[in-house]
Design a protein around this ligand. Structure first.
Ligand code: GDP
Ligand code: GDP
Length: 362
């Protein structure tokens, strides 16, 4: 996962490190002659003074004290590798191109660039500290920053909330919404938390059938009506069922064929009114890149989302949606889907992604 993005970030880190190392040599070459001249002039002055008869003939020792030694003079140039703005701008432009090619949303690209620039500009990297790790750390920090968005702890939320907890899943069809619902049921069942699913996508007969299959496999109750029925009524019934049977969590599947469809969005609002959810979870396909960000924003404007689940991360080489969604929409990623099996759902946190982008762990 994220293979292409990993490669691009590595290319940037390598190039930036190489150039910054080169810059350090240039810095010293330029500075040494200048300072040497200054020192020579000072030496010459001293020599002149020395030639004059003086009461206090300076000993070799005191001369050394008065004229700073090379070590002290060049300390500035030696300890630091200072980055110049012009060159850094060029490097950041390359970073911008790499991120845009990876489908990272523009505001997110800007934010990463600004953070890296702020971090590296005019900074002195102490000798002994690898310049590559300084650039990498700066990138890691910038990426962690865009991924950090009031994190949700799904497990704590569900466990501590008054029952039944109502979760509403929104998102365009085909993104993996039904699979995510099944995976979450499986996860909750492992914790001995009982569930009921509401088949509130009544528009697609296929959606009801698909949930039926999952519910049979998982042994979880599915509340469904006829195709074409009022989705809000299905959601309402599921909550009633949960209350009557003391089920802990209600998971509502909703239709999402077209996020641009006004009627469909009105339908979402109606479900929200009739069966008020405690958490609205947007499900998006990581492979759809910027499109997924647009969908998330649209659902957020209409019904308000609390967090996102990104699916198909296992097949996602670009990483753009994963990197962008939290900052672009202002909502955290709760989980990522990493395969078709029920266990292929991972709790997301920024460190997890950073480790995959920079570590050995893929
Ligand atoms: P829905 O129409 O949004 O409910 O989508 P589905 O849940 O039916 O998923 C659509 C397809 O994507 C199915 O073939 C799923 O097996 C597949 N899918 C869902 N999540 C993942 C994932 O995390 N990784 C991979 N590789 N496939 C996934
Ligand atoms: P199209 O002509 O098949 O693309 O569908 P329209 O956009 O004309 O929608 C027809 C009606 O079905 C409208 O009232 C839509 O709100 C509704 N609709 C469209 N897609 C869905 C869906 O996925 N689920 C549900 N429940 N209603 C939908």
């Amino acid at each position: 996962m994220f293979r292409k993005l990993r490669e691009k970030l590595k290319t940037f880190t390598d190039k930036a490190s190489r150039e910054l190392e080169g810059m350090e040599e240039g810095l010293e070459e330029k500075k040494i002659p200048k300072k040497m001249e200054k020192e020579k002039r000072k030496e010459a002055k001293k020599e002149k003074k020395k030639k004059k008869p003086s009461k206090r003939e300076p000993t070799k020792k005191t001369v050394k004290k008065d004229v700073p030694g090379e070590e002290e003079l060049f300390a500035e140039g030696r300890i630091g590798k200072k980055l110049r703005e012009g060159r850094l701008e060029d490097l950041l432009w390359e970073l911008e191109m790499a991120l845009l090619e990876s489908d990272v949303a523009l505001p997110v690209v800007e934010k990463i660039k600004t953070n890296v620039k702020k971090d590296l500009l005019g900074r002195k990297v102490k000798r002994g500290i690898n310049i590559e790790s300084a650039v990498e750390t700066s990138l890691k920090n910038a990426i962690t920053d865009v991924l950090t968005q009031n994190p949700v702890d799904f497990d704590i939320f569900v466990k501590s909330h008054e029952k039944p907890v109502v979760l509403m899943f929104v998102g365009v069809n085909g993104t993996g919404k039904t699979t995510v619902i099944a995976k979450i049921v499986h996860r909750l069942q492992r914790e001995k938390i009982s569930c009921v699913i509401a088949a509130a996508d009544t528009f697609r007969a296929g959606a009801i059938e698909q949930l039926q299959k999952h519910s049979e496999r998982l042994g979880v109750k599915l509340i469904k009506h006829q195709a074409g029925a009022d989705p809000a009524a299905v959601a309402f019934d599921a909550i009633e069922h949960a209350k009557a049977r003391h089920k802990d969590v209600v998971l509502i599947d909703t239709a999402g064929r077209m996020h641009s469809n006004i009627n469909l969005m009105d339908e979402m609002k109606k479900i929200k009114r009739v069966a008020p959810p405690h958490m609205i979870i947007f499900v998006g396909d990581a492979l759809s890149g910027n499109d997924t960000i647009i969908q998330a924003k649209r659902f957020d404007e209409t019904v308000g989302i609390d967090c996102a689940v990104l699916t198909k991360i296992d097949a996602d080489a670009k990483g753009g949606a994963a990197l962008s969604i939290a900052h672009a929409v202002g909502k955290p990623i709760a989980f990522v889907g990493v395969g078709q099996g029920y266990d292929d759902l991972i709790t997301f946190n920024p460190r997890w992604m950073v480790n995959r982008l920079f570590g050995e762990d893929t």
